[in-house]
Design a protein around this ligand. Structure first.
Ligand code: AMP
Ligand code: MG
Length: 329
């Protein structure tokens, strides 16, 4: 297992934003990258295996109940956030995952500090939580549309010069606090090109089954593409930290984005290294007693006697002729 952990670590390293580096999009990261590291043919297999392993690790994470994982997903519209969540989490016990999407804040949410609603949605110990959009919207959409900040009811002296720098600091501090308390934080930016977004929007308009995904707000936001690229560049430059790194996931090829996202999340859980809790002496004694007590009730059922495992015997109603003959149960 240490071997595959190292392999995965190496495969994802290139996509991590080094703390303190200055990122400029789209210059520094190619949205269309789909490297040789995992060729298309092997991608389905790799995704399947990655998802399987993730499920195993998640089960241990839940049993241990010490650590949680927060996955932050950010992207422009139509970059594939929903599909990534669906595929990456497909094998996992639904009880162990919490997905939370964030929309325009409510009146109640605006009555609180900007991190309040995100704090309330955090995963518990043992859970993997996914933020579909996140506290980063507070330094992205709110920055691109400055009037949103004016709606946040902040004291006027706090919204002037340096407000974004202060928000980055608050975010970094908050994430550090989470990590120090057992909630790991990993952040994925699905990096889509403007060209690919156009193609996907047009597909939504052309295909009746995809029409529901289309929102005129998306086209409006697209007009601010360059502003968003700048805001994302600044976020990546200022909030990729040793304790909560950003990964820039090339998203023009969905299959590549999904494999890489799965591997990054898997690596995070592997790094925690969760184990099933050891059962100690007293518990073992109680288990032995329980086994004796249950066995005293009679012989163990053979597979034949087990109603679930046993081959079906036709019941009276199934053998009889008449209307019951076709009953499906
Ligand atoms: P979608 O994810 O497509 O359903 O859209 C959600 C919308 O909510 C997007 O347009 C986001 O920009 C917007 N949104 C999310 N968080 C915030 C926020 N903190 N302030 C303002 N708008 C937000
Ligand atoms: Mg949208």
């Amino acid at each position: 297992m240490a071997d595959s952990h190292n392999q995965i670590r190496r495969a994802i390293r290139h996509f991590r934003v080094a703390p303190g580096s200055r990122v400029r999009l789209p210059r520094d990261f190619d949205p269309a990258y789909a490297g040789r590291a995992f060729q298309r043919g092997g991608a389905a297999l790799l995704l399947e295996r990655g998802v399987e392993l993730l499920a195993e690790y998640q089960a241990k994470l839940a049993a241990q109940g010490t650590y949680g994982v927060l996955v932050v997903l950010q992207a422009m519209d139509a970059a594939g956030k929903d599909g990534t969540i669906k595929h990456v989490m497909s094998g996992i016990n639904p009880q162990g995952v919490k997905v939370h999407g964030f929309k325009v804040p409510s009146a109640e949410e605006l009555d609180h500090d900007f991190l309040w609603r995100y704090q309330r949605a955090l995963p518990a110990r043992g859970e993997i939580g996914i933020f579909n959009r996140s506290h980063y919207e507070e330094v992205l959409v709110v920055r691109v549309h400055r009037e949103l900040l004016d709606r946040q009811k902040l004291p006027p002296q706090t919204t002037g010069r340096g407000v974004w720098g202060r928000r980055y600091r608050a975010i970094n501090d908050w994430e550090r606090h989470l990590v120090e308390n057992g909630i790991r934080v990993v952040k994925l930016f699905l990096n889509e090109s403007k060209k690919e977004q156009r193609r996907r929007f047009l597909a939504r308009l052309d295909n009746p089954d995809k029409n529901w995904k289309f929102s005129s707000a998306d086209i409006r936001e697209r007009r601010y593409w360059d502003d968003y690229q700048r805001a994302y560049s600044d976020v990546l430059s200022n909030t990729s930290t040793g304790w909560a790194p950003w990964y820039v996931v090339p998203a023009d090829h969905k299959w590549f984005a999904r494999v890489l996202a799965a591997l990054v999340i898997l690596e995070t859980v592997m790094d925690i290294g969760p184990n099933y809790p050891e059962v100690g002496g007293e518990a073992r004694r109680l288990m032995a007693e329980a086994t004796v007590e249950l066995e005293a009730e009679g012989p163990r059922r053979s597979v034949e006697e087990d109603p679930v495992q046993a081959p079906l015997k036709p019941s009276r109603s199934q053998t009889a002729s008449g209307p019951n003959r076709t009953a499906w149960w």
